[in-house]
Write a protein that binds this ligand. Structure first.
Ligand code: ADP
Ligand code: ZN
Length: 306
């Protein structure tokens, strides 16, 4: 008689939420890179938005059984310090109704079961996603930056996120004024004379050239200037921390050919000071692309179980 070797191979069910400024993506998965179910809702006012999120998970629990843990990557500013009294909430924001709204508490209150919840920024979630399943695999010191409506970054050392007193704000590191070489003077940051976000975010492209990035032709000089700013930001990051690779994501990074220009600019501006690995490895596009945030949120959920 054959011994029955069958074992239960099912893994715990994970929940993930990527809460963006325009949409909220919810997913459940056993394996973070392969969601079983996924749905998006537009980010409206908090009560109605969270009600949709909670309904998604309660339905998923009915269909698939209990979820073991939940990971949330959120738009900021957010209180991500577990020991802070406001942990789990959005801080002061112009987004209607969201200031000091506790995402974690409202989900705990609405969801039918008790479960551990991880809460961090959307950028940090995307950094974890890229580290575990994307371009950061096989690297120990990983910087993930996103160039979208704003500019942000998440940093991982041996899989652990770097959290400072708050969270890193690489969008506001100073960059030289390259605009003047192009007869321009655009800076959309109201706080700083010349910072990475003010010069290189999606809105800065639109303001400078009168056309959003996705509609600018590939041979437009906008991309030469854009590459200079991205390279300058990456040089600041390299000098401050010395990552092993910088993964450049976000809407603006989808522009074809931009990464090659950034590598060339990085080489020019850095004066070959650092003995870096090949710039093809050092400056990369994100392998998971738009999926990094939700995959990372599911990874955060899995980390809660370890
Ligand atoms: P968010 O930062 O709001 O989460 P995204 O990362 O998608 O969203 O970034 C949105 C910004 O990226 C917008 O300013 C948009 O104009 C710009 N963008 C989107 N696609 C492209 C593209 N192909 N090339 C350049 N810019 C783009
Ligand atoms: Zn700034």
């Amino acid at each position: 008689m054959m011994e029955n070797k069958s074992t239960d191979t099912s893994r715990p069910l994970l929940g993930g939420i990527e809460a963006g400024g325009t949409k909220i993506v919810c997913a459940i998965a056993e394996e973070p890179s392969e969601p079983i179910e996924q749905e998006s809702f537009s980010t409206g006012e908090p009560q109605e938005t969270i009600a949709q999120v909670v309904a998604f998970f309660n339905d998923a629990i009915k269909t698939h059984g209990p979820i073991a843990s939940l990971g949330i990557g959120t738009f900021g500013p957010a209180d991500i310090h577990p020991r802070s009294p406001g942990y789990g909430s959005i801080l002061t924001t112009p987004k209607k109704g969201w200031s000091h709204f506790s995402i974690v508490q409202s989900i705990r209150d609405g969801i039918d079961i008790e479960l551990p919840i991880a809460f961090d920024t959307d950028v940090n979630a995307a950094a974890i996603g890229e580290a575990e399943y994307g371009s950061g695999q096989n690297h120990r010191f990983i910087a993930y930056i996103t160039l979208g409506t704003g500019v942000g970054g998440g940093f991982l050392e041996d899989g652990q996120l770097l959290h400072g007193r708050m969270h890193p704000e690489i969008g506001h590191i100073p960059v030289p004024d390259f605009d003047k070489d192009f007869g321009k003077s655009t800076n959309v940051c109201p706080f700083h004379a010349s910072c990475f976000e003010g010069r290189a975010s999606g809105p800065s492209l639109k303001e400078r050239w009168g056309t959003p990035g996705q509609d600018l032709p590939g041979d437009h000089e906008a991309w030469d200037l854009q590459a200079k700013y991205i390279a300058a930001g990456c040089i600041g990051l390299t000098a401050a921390w010395s990552p092993e690779t910088i993964i450049i994501g976000g809407g603006v990074s989808q522009q074809e050919g931009l990464i090659e220009k950034v590598r060339t600019e990085f080489k020019n501006q850095s004066g070959d000071y650092w003995a870096l690995p090949s710039l093809d490895v050092y400056l990369q596009t994100p392998e998971l692309d738009q999926k990094a945030g939700i995959v990372g949120s599911l990874c955060m959920a899995r980390r809660m179980l370890k």
